[in-house]
Design a binder for this molecule. Structure first.
Ligand code: MEV
Length: 310
């Protein structure tokens, strides 16, 4: 069986400011994945992408210029890149990653599909080329992305990312455990990124001071991660969350979850991703994981995932 997959991601530090060339840090969440499975078809019916979770099947027509579906465009861009006609097959895509929640579900399904398609054709695709294809898809459907989501998902490694620069991989000094809590509110990153753009255009000098502060927090966070210094990392998460509140991308629900995590003993907590809903993250220790998880659920989280970065 030909099958390929790609992970979810969380942004640990620097979301939004990364769009304005500040650094950011993101890590893959390998336990939550999008998967694409190839079934060859002997009837020569061409290529179909079957979206299992919404039970929809898309025929892939290489000549089409329509951009109405991200996965159809992913399939066509991949085939064009590999210079191959569509194989006669159905590729079934399914995802465990909640959509519109800041966990990179769109980039993950595109990555899994492009990988499965290249395997079906028997032509490997390099990580650099795959990253470029998924970035093009992100640009079509998500406004003005920085490129961090596709990078962390395609490379599936912790990244220190600065727009238009080579990705730097981060050495993790000591494992860190995070809880990821979902507000259950879908939020489109494109909209929060657009709102920050309006704020910036109205008062560039003021917004730039917040973006610079985030950039400085990210640099300190990288040092704390490399040293394995959880206490400092927690404090920096709190400072980053305040900056995101100032950029108006938090929400009452996110703030309630952040406060609940801290009260229950988390070392730090912040929203993660585009904000306005979606997910927040809390840095926890072996001793307080259960208490923080319980507090997040009590405070309204619809799902709580755990991930360890090491
Ligand atoms: C979304 O995961 C991260 C943002 O910074 C947008 C981007 O970098 O493209 C909000």
């Amino acid at each position: 069986m030909i099958q390929a997959s790609a992970p979810a991601k969380i942004i640990l530090f620097g979301e939004h400011a990364v769009v304005y060339n500040q650094p950011a840090i993101a890590v893959p969440v390998s336990s939550l994945r999008a998967t694409a499975t190839v079934e060859f078809d002997t009837t020569n019916a061409g290529l179909h992408v079957h979206l299992l979770d919404i039970n929809q099947t898309l025929p892939i027509d290489l000549a089409s210029e329509l951009v109405d579906d991200a996965l159809a465009v992913t399939a066509r861009m991949t085939l064009k890149h590999l210079a191959c006609p569509p194989p006669s097959a159905t590729i079934t895509v399914t995802s465990q990653i909640p959509m519109a929640s800041g966990l990179g579900s769109g980039a993950a399904v595109s990555t899994a599909l492009a990988r499965a398609l290249s395997m079906a054709i028997g032509k490997p695709i390099t990580l650099t080329d795959l990253n470029q294809i998924v970035y093009e898809i992100e640009k079509l459907y998500h406004g003005t992305p920085s490129g961090i989501d596709n990078s962390v998902i395609v490379y599936e490694e912790p990244v220190y990312f600065v727009r238009d620069q080579n990705i730097e991989h981060i050495a993790i000094g000591k494992p860190f455990r995070f809880l990821i809590a979902d507000t259950g509110q879908a939020a489109l990153t494109r909209l929060s990124v657009g709102d920050v753009r309006k704020l910036y255009d109205n008062d560039p000098a003021h917004i730039q001071t917040i973006l610079d502060e985030i950039g400085s927090i990210v640099i300190q966070a990288r040092a704390a991660i490399e040293k394995g210094d959880a206490e400092s990392l927690g404090v920096l998460m709190g400072r980053n969350h305040v900056c995101l509140q100032q950029l108006t991308v938090s929400s009452p629900e996110l703030d309630i979850l952040v406060a609940a995590a801290l009260t229950a003993g988390a070392l730090g907590a912040k929203l993660s991703g585009g904000g306005r809903g979606g997910n927040m993250i809390a840095l926890v220790s072996d001793e307080n994981t259960d208490a923080v998880r319980e507090a997040l659920t009590q405070a309204g989280a619809v799902k709580v995932f755990e991930t360890i970065i090491s």
